[in-house]
Design a protein around this ligand. Structure first.
Ligand SMILES: [Zn+2]
Length: 77
């Protein structure tokens, strides 16, 4: 009954360290994946299998770490 292919590839956003799992879809197209945490482009593809990015850990937690840092240090813009 499992329709989803297993064996996804771990992918870590190089910008913020958010961890995703990539599954490939049968569809081919061109596009780009934008990180849900830092809004940077993680990957671009041209006329190839569309990768599906799924956050492995809570995006909320990753976002909090990204925005506020891992410790209590404050960042002032
Ligand atoms: Zn990111």
């Amino acid at each position: 009954m499992t329709q989803i292919e297993r064996g996804g590839i771990d992918f870590t956003c190089t910008h913020c360290g958010a961890i995703y799992e990539i599954s490939k879809t049968p569809a081919h197209d061109s596009g780009a994946a934008v990180c849900e945490v830092c809004n940077m482009i993680m990957m671009e593809w041209v006329d190839s299998a569309i990768p599906l990015f799924r956050a492995k850990e809570s995006i909320v937690d990753a976002k909090r770490h990204y925005l506020f840092g891992s410790s209590d240090s404050r960042r002032i813009a």
